[in-house]
Design a protein around this ligand. Structure first.
Ligand SMILES: *[C@@H]1O[C@H](CO)[C@@H](O)[C@H](O)[C@H]1NC(C)=O
Ligand SMILES: *[C@@H]1O[C@H](CO)[C@@H](O)[C@H](O)[C@H]1NC(C)=O
Ligand SMILES: *[C@@H]1O[C@H](CO)[C@@H](O)[C@H](O)[C@H]1NC(C)=O
Ligand SMILES: *[C@@H]1O[C@H](CO)[C@@H](O)[C@H](O)[C@H]1NC(C)=O
Length: 401
């Protein structure tokens, strides 16, 4: 039997295995979702296999496929699209063509991809940012921040801060006719996490604290302390993103320590001196009863890991770790969470904590939603749910920016 036949046969078996995974009843487009889910899981399985036999790194396999989806900066009748750099960091810039009397709002968009893959030139982000520019008559900046594990945390954050600070200079704001009082930072998944972090850092910076009007977080990850919140347990083998995949990616963001993911899976990764931080991510206090169900809060087990990772205690990695007086500085916030998402409870806890300190939060929860849907907005991988997530985000921007 030839290699190809064998490969094909194995693929079929894997596909059959993953396609048989149950899809929650209220999720629409069952077959399409099942197929996309099976393909994503096969990809992750293959990437793990290739890594284990030493052929290619996990993230290299994923990024090879994601790169097939990159788009060129193509202008259309309404928007001029260019790839350029801000302060040496690659960005894709969307400028509306129509003449406008007033200054324009601006959105700085941070793409998802678990910190290890993806680009603002992926077709879904290109579509999203183009439509945002068109509908809001806004300037949109997609940022290609550096990825892990080639560049570990906090390289991505440094890049984004450089881009924002470059963009906020008077001469740049004037060049693009941007209204400095109407600037929003937005992102999905790991991009949502980066959005929360960068917004907190800018709000603490005396020069920039008044320059960010709003933040939009689409199914963000916001903490790494507790990996057994109800959403982690319910969606352990969830659609598109499993608990193992999420743990693998977050670890790759800041370390090559191979013991850490194992410890994190057991929720035994936090060092002894971190106990005082658990109050910030105590889901027992911050989740509405509806999501707590009958889950019993268990504190993560401390001090089982030999190597200590300072990043685990860093609020730039876990934006939920800042105290209330820091949190209070956050601007107007949009948070979208999905029911079938391992990261759901991170978003829900941030909603509660922000509202507790009086920050104005608009929260959309999609009862039939799952993680990553926004990345599926063009054929052949077109999901109604992806379009709905995009429309909700853009209409919030239209009303609030
Ligand atoms: C340009 O804008 C108009 C009006 O908003 C819209 O109908 C049209 O589809 C847009 N064209 C593209 C290529 O997006
Ligand atoms: C978490 O919250 C529960 C309920 O309020 C409380 O009993 C527990 O001590 C808290 N644990 C931590 C570490 O904050
Ligand atoms: C930590 O180190 C001890 C002693 O070197 C070893 O026995 C133990 O397995 C290590 N634990 C982990 C989680 O690596
Ligand atoms: C909150 O955190 C900031 C920064 O870490 C610190 O300076 C401040 O004292 C803390 N405030 C309270 C009330 O703990």
């Amino acid at each position: 039997m030839g290699c190809r036949t064998l490969f094909f046969a194995l693929s079929c078996i894997l596909f059959a295995y993953y396609i048989s995974a149950p899809i929650p009843e209220n999720v629409e487009e069952t077959w399409k979702v099942g197929t996309i889910n099976a393909l994503v899981k096969m990809l992750s399985f293959t990437a793990t296999l290739f890594e284990n036999i030493g052929l290619m790194k996990y993230e290299e396999v994923l990024s090879m496929l994601v790169k097939l989806d990159f788009t060129k900066p193509i202008s259309d009748e309404n928007i001029t699209v260019t790839d350029t750099t801000f302060s040496g960091i690659p960005v894709r810039l969307y400028l509306p063509k129509r003449k406008s009397e007033r200054q324009r709002p601006a959105v700085i968009y941070l793409h998802g991809g678990g910190f290890i893959i993806g680009s603002c030139s992926n077709s879904a982000y290109d579509l999203l940012n183009r439509e945002t520019a068109n509908k809001l008559d806004a300037v949109v900046v997609g940022v290609d921040y550096r990825l892990s594990p080639q560049y570990y945390f906090p390289a991505a954050i440094e890049d984004i801060l450089s881009v924002v600070k470059f963009f906020l200079q008077d001469k740049i704001i004037e060049r693009y006719r941007v209204d400095p009082m109407r600037i929003c930072i937005a992102g999905d998944s790991s991009g949502g996490s980066l959005t929360a972090t960068v917004t907190q850092l800018l709000k603490n910076d005396p020069v920039f604290k008044n320059k960010i009007k709003a933040q939009a977080l689409i199914y963000p990850g916001l903490q790494v302390l507790d990996t057994l919140a109800p959403s982690h347990q319910e969606n352990e083998h969830g659609l598109l993103l499993t608990r193992d995949m999420a743990i693998k990616m977050i670890c790759l963001y800041f370390t090559n320590d191979e013991v850490l993911p194992q410890a994190m899976r057991k929720n035994q990764h936090m060092p002894q001196e971190s106990r005082h931080l658990f109050k910030f991510v105590n889901w027992s206090n911050f989740l509405p009863d509806k999501y707590k169900k009958n889950y019993i809060y268990m504190e993560p087990v401390l001090g089982k890991l030999n190597l200590s990772h300072p990043a685990l205690l860093d609020s730039r990695l876990s934006p939920l770790l800042v105290n209330d007086s820091q949190l209070q500085k956050c601007p107007l916030t949009y948070i979208l969470t999905c029911q079938y998402d391992i990261l759901r409870d991170d978003g829900l806890m941030y909603v509660t904590r922000l509202r507790n300190v009086g920050v104005n939060v608009v929260h959309d929860h999609l009862e039939d939603g799952f993680h990553g849907a926004l990345s599926f907005m063009s054929s052949p991988f077109y999901l109604q749910l992806g379009i709905r997530v995009k429309d909700k985000y853009i209409s919030w921007l239209e009303e609030n920016l």
